[in-house]
Design a binder for this molecule. Structure first.
Ligand code: F6R
Length: 625
């Protein structure tokens, strides 16, 4: 979704901002822009489309000189993608100074504010809610940008992460957040502010994060703050929007630059698929005690007793994380023998849910910033649930809102289509289920057996990855087909719907996933000659039933692509193409069976000529409802 970068320091800001925007490209956007302050005033540049268009504009137009600026990638919410609607937006103060502002989030009361400001002579150039905020800061500006931002934010409803500059204070950025992420990097003699750590990591690993309703003022420049020769000075201060000073701790970012670079791969998605063995190793590291055959989850230790006594678990998430949550539902009921339900966060939050005493709500999220997931978690918490997080992004909003949690530790995920985070989410939900299972009903021997198998997972995943070329060839045979079905049962039903989501989001092929048995209740009407139907038919309790479903498809001429267990020779009788996974206990199968489906989706998108890492209309992190 939208991205923010700001820089103030000793280097020319424009090229650093463009570089920062490039690092945010993976989040999805449709237009971009930047604003630079200098002693000549504020210069704004905007473009529709890729950041490279903006980069070109900056180079060819000139005049973007200065050491302080803000930049933005926009994902349209109010108004179409266009130059006027792109950020930064600006406002003119009564004293004739210019304010430029970039914003992520949504200003809910922008209509009355727009009228109020129009009545005071402000002329609007865009259809956006953001422009209202830029003009509101300008309206209340009285020579102090920090105060003006605080005053303006007291008037707005909705969510925001903002970065603001003013040509009267050319060495200052003021930034603030409520409900949308914002991080401040503290570099040598400079500050970088961004909505995402990947735009900061090239400059520094020292960061502060802001809480909701907090404002930070970042100054870097000659000591007189006018840039005319005094010694260089940097200082920042954090306050609330009511101007109460708050102390923020400086923390160390967890990942390094290498992790967010392609490292020889053509796409981040492929890189992240291929690094899954290492991602699982990192996720499991230190969490399995061999000698005692138990799971060690430090993040849960403070509330273990409450978790053991819990009567019900509600897992809440969106998209791929929801599919991982569905597997979590099976795992918790199967291994920990506790009632569990996974629900779309967007539905849960608005349906007046009943939360009984002893309910635990688990929010599953790669980014830790998904608006609906955060809201559902807050709703559950307010109604008395214990809030747990299964989150990848360390320090993200969801992780901070929870009572306890378990990080995925799979490293940053840049590819818009989630892959390694899914496997990490399932791995963590498995660990949580075994952690509770051991303390509830599971015998030590059973837990030990699962843990032994879990530890072999990275090597087993590597074996599945070796089939990438074979999978590509099989996909080539049906790449012209526009409708696909994905079917599975039990633990592999969520895998089937995840496979369908992967295919549609990056290849734009229509795909549906469902429990295999559901096919007979309607979707079977779709099957005609050559229609690709992907089955997950690994050895397990429902194997025979899935085989019957495969036969039903073949009888109608469908083309069957089957994920099966290594050594299952019979499966070739039923399948046009077979992708194998090593044998493993049923509850652990999803972490293997999903891999061929990720690879399949990747190759389908590449074969169709799509930009896998920048799928149309998609954002990496959905921070608005
Ligand atoms: C699909 C995908 C999305 C996310 C969903 C939730 O590949 O990535 O469906 O899973 O938007 O995002 P997080 O996990 O960040 O809450």
């Amino acid at each position: 979704m939208c991205g923010i970068v700001g820089y103030v320091g000793p280097k020319p800001a424009a090229s650093l901002l463009v570089e920062g925007l490039k690092r945010l490209e993976y989040r999805g956007y449709d237009s971009a822009g930047l604003a630079i302050t200098s002693d000549k005033g504020i210069k704004i540049g905007k473009s529709v489309g890729r950041v490279s268009v903006l980069e070109n504009l900056v180079k060819t137009t000139g005049g973007f000189d200065g050491f302080c600026g803000v930049a933005h990638t926009r994902w349209a919410t109010h108004g179409e993608p266009s130059e006027p609607n792109a950020h930064p937006h600006s406002g003119l103060t009564k004293s004739g100074h210019t304010i430029a502002l970039v914003h992520n989030g949504i200003i809910e009361n922008y209509i009355p504010l727009r009228k109020y400001l129009a009545d005071r002579g402000h002329v609007f150039e865009s259809e956006t809610d953001t422009e209202v905020l830029a003009k509101l800061v300008a309206e209340v500006y009285n020579g102090d940008l920090e105060k003006a931002v605080q005053t303006a934010l007291r008037e707005v409803r909705g969510g925001y992460a903002i970065a603001v500059i003013c040509d009267n204070e050319p060495h200052t950025i003021v930034a603030a957040r409520k409900g949308s992420p914002l991080i401040v990097g503290i570099a040598d003699s400079a500050y970088v502010v961004a909505s995402d750590a990947s735009a900061i990591i090239a400059h520094t690993t020292q960061v502060i994060t802001l809480d909701d309703y907090q404002v930070v003022r970042l100054c870097a420049g000659a000591e007189d703050k006018k840039g005319d020769g005094g010694p260089w000075a940097v200082d920042f201060r954090t306050t609330t929007i009511d101007n109460v000073s708050v102390a923020r701790e400086v923390t160390e970012l967890e990942f390094d630059l290498e992790q967010i670079e392609l490292g020889g791969y053509e796409h981040f998605m492929l890189k992240e698929i291929m690094e899954q063995p290492e991602a699982i190793r990192n996720c499991l590291r230190g969490r399995i005690d061999h000698r005692e055959g138990r799971v060690v989850l430090g993040g849960l230790s403070a509330i273990t007793r409450d978790l053991i006594r819990a009567h019900r678990f509600i897992i809440t998430a969106q998209g791929t994380a929801y599919h991982a949550g569905l597997i979590g539902e099976y795992l918790l009921e199967d291994l920990a023998k506790v009632p569990a339900r996974c629900e779309y966060a967007s539905e849960f939050r608005y349906r007046n849910p009943i939360i009984e005493e002893g309910t635990v709500a688990i929010a599953v999220s790669q980014s830790g910033e998904t608006a609906d997931t955060l809201a559902a978690l807050t709703e559950a918490k307010e109604r008395g649930a214990i809030a747990l997080g299964v989150v990848n992004s360390v320090g993200s909003t969801i992780s901070r809102e929870t009572d306890a949690g378990v990080y995925l530790h799979v490293g940053p995920e840049i590819g818009v289509a989630s892959t390694k985070a899914f496997v990490g989410q399932v791995a963590v939900l498995t660990l949580i289920s075994l952690y509770l299972g051991k303390r509830r009903f599971l015998s030590d021997e059973v837990v030990k057996a699962y843990l032994r198998q879990l530890e072999t997972l990275p090597d087993l995943v590597s074996r599945v990855l070796e089939q990438s070329d074979h999978i590509r060839k099989c996909v080539e045979d049906c790449i012209d087909r526009d409708n696909w079905l994905f079917l599975g049962r039990g633990y592999n039903y969520p895998v089937a719907i995840e496979g369908a989501l992967k295919l549609k989001e990056i290849s734009y092929i229509h795909a549906e996933g469902m429990p295999a048995a559901e096919m007979k209740h309607g979707p079977i009407a779709l099957i005609d000659k050559g229609m690709p139907v992907v089955f997950v038919a690994t050895r397990g309790s429902q194997y025979d039933k899935v085989i019957s479903n495969i036969e039903e498809v073949r009888a109608r001429g469908g083309r069957t692509l089957v994920v099966a267990t290594e050594g299952d020779e019979d499966i070739h009788k039923y399948a046009d193409a077979v992708f194998t996974v090593p044998d493993i206990a049923e509850p652990l199968q999803p972490m293997l069976t999903v891999i061929p489906l990720q690879i399949l989706a990747y190759h389908a998108a590449v074969l169709r000529g799509h930009d896998v890492d920048k799928p149309r209309n998609l954002a990496k992190s959905v921070t608005v409802e």
